[in-house]
Ligand binder design. Structure first.
Ligand SMILES: Cc1ncc(COP(=O)(O)O)c(C=O)c1O
Length: 364
């Protein structure tokens, strides 16, 4: 979609990245770290000071305790962390529960390792999980459940009740939960992110995956981390060691200094809520319908008042005719289920969002 958007010089609300700059202070911290000679291999698990800062951040945010020595690994983005966690545990014929729509990197890694994805399709508009259905899909071969909240692409959140239901399913099993929480700092309307690590039973079975790229507006730096109990992290680190060994040093030094100050991330919910609201106000008189996103920097828009074309065709036509790009949600679904919904990324400058709203209001 991004390529098509570039070809047609369309406003690109398709791919999930900000079109504004990361913090100047953070860039200066990287530069200073380089000038101060932090340019050789870092510790395999990540710079110790950064790991300690991550442990403090998790504790401040969710009250959970991890050990910086052996329960945190700094990774090349969330993508590497997801790869390592799946590769460390999922082997031939192991089953992995994946909720659809899902971010596109889970399923290929499961398959690469010989695992079998078992899908649970959620539906527009609430994408509510039926935990009885989940329980019915658990078998002796179930090795892992992959969760993502706030959920890309739907903008929905797992609730306390969801996590309590999951806790019941997991208790007494060896099932591992891979909890992708890369949008943890983007929740709206007073709702808060329910991290898996707030629930003791779940924490003991889980990897939490985070992305500095998503949180600090620098997706191109490819930095993130995994947090998990020692017995899980001991396996994860074996894949990390022979995958990348360690992550670049100066950026880790910079994040260690930057993340110490919680003001550098506590503003994000409001910052993104303002963008979501600007976008939704701007399209309130359009023919698109929506439920406001509760989290992530994505907003779904339903277009069945405009056309009944399938979502891929409509998304392509929007780029060609109207010069605006979005992602058809069917690409994230099982069997390309088409519920006539498109995903728009609102991590864009206000100016870009206002231009996008003007266009969307003209599509009738
Ligand atoms: C749900 C989800 N997980 C993981 C990632 C990848 O994060 P990173 O860029 O840190 O590898 C993305 C990126 O779009 C995402 O949406």
């Amino acid at each position: 979609m991004s390529q098509l958007a570039n070809k047609h010089q369309a406003i690109n609300l398709s791919q999930g990245f900000p079109n504004f700059e990361t913090s100047k202070q953070l860039k200066e911290l990287v530069h200073t770290a380089m000038l101060n000679g932090h340019n050789q291999y870092a510790h395999m698990r990540g710079d110790l000071e950064l790991r300690e800062v991550i442990v403090q951040k998790i504790h401040k945010s969710y009250g959970a305790t991890y050990n910086a020595d052996n329960e945190i690994t700094v990774t090349a983005g969330a993508t590497e962390a997801l790869f390592n966690a799946i590769t460390a545990f999922v082997h031939k014929n192991d089953e992995v529960l994946i909720f659809k729509p899902a971010f596109d990197s889970y399923e290929p890694v499961v398959k690469l390792n010989g695992g079998i994805p078992v899908y649970i399709q959620l539906h527009y508009p609430n994408y509510q999980i039926n935990w009885q259905e989940v329980a019915s899909k658990i078998s002796t071969k179930t090795k892992m459940i992959i969760l993502n909240s706030p959920l890309n692409p739907t903008g929905t959140l797992l609730s306390k009740e969801d996590l309590q239901a999951l806790e019941k399913i997991i208790r007494g099993t060896d099932i591992i939960v891979l909890s992708d929480e890369v949008y943890e700092h983007m929740t709206y309307d007073g709702l808060t992110h329910e991290s898996i690590c707030k629930y003791d039973t779940l924490k003991n079975h889980s990897f939490i995956i985070a992305s500095f790229g998503k949180t600090f507006h620098n997706t191109g730096w490819k930095m993130g981390y995994a947090a998990a109990p020692k017995q899980l992290m001991d396996e994860f680190i074996k894949v990390h060691e022979f995958n990348v060994y360690s992550i670049n040093t100066p950026f880790q030094k910079a994040f260690a200094a930057f993340i110490k100050d919680e003001n550098n991330y506590n503003y994000l919910n409001q910052f993104y809520q303002n963008k979501r609201d600007l976008f939704l106000n701007g399209i309130q008189h359009s023919k698109f319908t929506f439920i406001p996103s509760k989290g992530t920097y994505f907003q779904l828009l339903k277009y069945d008042n405009i056309t009944l074309e399938n979502d891929v065709d409509f998304a392509k036509r929007m780029v060609q005719e109207f010069k605006i790009a979005a992602i058809p949600v069917s690409v994230f679904n099982t069997h390309h289920l088409d519920e006539k919904v498109l995903r728009f990324c609102f991590a864009k400058t206000d100016d870009t969002l206002l231009k996008a709203c003007d266009i969307l209001c003209q599509i009738r």
